[in-house]
Design a protein around this ligand. Sequence first.
Ligand SMILES: *[C@@H]1O[C@H](CO)[C@@H](O)[C@H](O)[C@H]1NC(C)=O
Ligand SMILES: *[C@@H]1O[C@H](CO)[C@@H](O)[C@H](O)[C@H]1NC(C)=O
Ligand SMILES: *[C@@H]1O[C@H](CO)[C@@H](O)[C@H](O)[C@H]1NC(C)=O
Ligand SMILES: *[C@@H]1O[C@H](CO)[C@@H](O)[C@H](O)[C@H]1NC(C)=O
Ligand SMILES: *[C@@H]1O[C@H](CO)[C@@H](O)[C@H](O)[C@H]1NC(C)=O
Ligand SMILES: *[C@@H]1O[C@H](CO)[C@@H](O)[C@H](O)[C@H]1NC(C)=O
Length: 500
Amino acid sequence: MEAQRSVSLRLNRRGDDVLNAFLSPSGRMSPDYPMKIIWKKGFIRLFFVVGILWMLLILTVLLFHVWSCQSSITFFSAIYNKDSKVIVMLDTMGLLPKPQHRCAIPVLDDPDAVTIPKSRTPDKIVENLLYISDESVKDNSIPFSGGFVKNNSVPLFGGYQTWTQRDNSFKLNSTMKVHCGFIHNGGAEMEPKDVNYVEKCRFVVASGIFDGYDTPHQPSNISPRSQKLFCFLMVVDEKSFNFIKKNLTVRYDSDGGKWVGIWRLIVLHYPPYDEPRRNGKVPKILTHRLFPQAQYSIWIDGKMELIVDPLLMLERYLWRGKHTFAIARHKHHQSIYEEADAIKRRKRYARPLIDIQIKIYRYEGMEPWSPSKRTISDVPEGAVIIREHTALNNLFSCLWFNEVNLFTPRDQLSFGYALYRLGDSFKLFMFPNCEYNSIFLLHNHTREHSSKVEWVKDLKEFKKNSTGLIETRGGFGLFTYPVNVTSVDLPPVTRTSQAG
Ligand SMILES: *[C@@H]1O[C@H](CO)[C@@H](O)[C@H](O)[C@H]1NC(C)=O
Ligand SMILES: *[C@@H]1O[C@H](CO)[C@@H](O)[C@H](O)[C@H]1NC(C)=O
Ligand SMILES: *[C@@H]1O[C@H](CO)[C@@H](O)[C@H](O)[C@H]1NC(C)=O
Ligand SMILES: *[C@@H]1O[C@H](CO)[C@@H](O)[C@H](O)[C@H]1NC(C)=O
Ligand SMILES: *[C@@H]1O[C@H](CO)[C@@H](O)[C@H](O)[C@H]1NC(C)=O
Ligand SMILES: *[C@@H]1O[C@H](CO)[C@@H](O)[C@H](O)[C@H]1NC(C)=O
């Protein structure tokens, strides 16, 4: 409210200056000015007065709305719609408050005062979720422009999901059996001692490091209660483990369990994919498959240091509002088509492959985000995910992962698509981005990340060298989709910010 008032005051002052310039003419204006110019001055004066009144009116309406909607955040997210001319105009004039980068998270003061719910949220829509775990190995050949990429030496981690199975996996039923990674012998294998250890973990803080890209960061502000309650599980591949061993002190317990500070290291053997980015999505999205006893989990990317007590986070993001799935909204984008545009511009993945994925989504009816959608955004900030592991949430995670397995590893795009396909039954809490930024401190990666595929501009580049660039165990859907989506029109994208 204060901010609003000062904006309008500033506006008045600015307006007065302009008016004064007209009302108190300087010496340049002599009395024998022609009538026409005096008339013109009057007209301009009128124009300014009307303009200022109009702006004041808009500000008043805005203020009234903010005041009447109890939460200004909900209000702004509801109207902060880039299609609205008034909003765009106010924004370009600098009259809308800029969203803050960080804001305080409204957590309770005392972790000891948090009441943990006695029972799980009951599973109503999906009661029994089963996973396909054995499939006869098929021919792992990707037909690609007359050539083939073959790797028949291993079963695929993501399985051989047909397009019909994919379609059916989105149809909710009380008992469902779906693909969800972890096909037998497909890779991502835990050691038996770690399997034993995680069986006792009901409350999990999980993180992951792949390809030696980060080193573990110790979380801070963890209360004694949370230290007892939570397992802190850091999932790493062999390459990262070897890097960590060299770089930090790894402590071994009497069972041979590996620890770095509070983190228990969980080494995954046999990476399921060629691309480290895709491997990293296994613990992040399929947390419930690696840690099947977890009732609650908080995922945090490996480059981050958690600085909020995890029990306070569960209270804030799940229990207080009776939510079961919480994720932050993206700072800049609400539509997956805008996000895809930004990914291409920042060369985060092969541009032609991103195009194929979103053209498939467009072809399958995915609309760009608009205020009439049920979620405040289609694009999440996926580096922090807070989940109760209900059957429906686990299903959502499986379906989200299946998209990552089939198409590109850019999971912000597939997240929005899975939301769209699952429909109203799947509920989630998308919390403000400024709170998200207060959950962690960001650390630098150990090196610049760049894989060759990120720089691919044209599909022809894959043709030139079909070994190496095309992955042999993931992303098949991009090349096997039954419809030629080349000519699908994508919704127009307006670039709203330099940073985005
Ligand atoms: C096939 O996958 C196996 C297991 O990851 C790997 O060792 C092998 O190099 C791959 N072969 C080709 C041709 O990519
Ligand atoms: C649920 O699955 C059963 C058995 O496959 C089927 O008969 C039924 O129609 C399905 N229900 C819905 C709502 O799709
Ligand atoms: C670990 O690696 C980081 C960056 O890669 C470096 O700054 C740090 O000095 C290393 N620590 C040890 C103990 O080698
Ligand atoms: C992280 O990297 C940036 C730029 O590469 C550098 O300016 C900054 O000092 C680094 N921070 C730390 C903590 O090493
Ligand atoms: C094709 O890619 C492989 C693996 O990246 C590389 O070793 C080989 O030199 C490339 N061949 C050509 C002709 O570019
Ligand atoms: C897909 O359609 C485009 C034009 O719409 C065409 O140029 C291209 O050859 C087609 N691709 C295949 C594999 O049929």
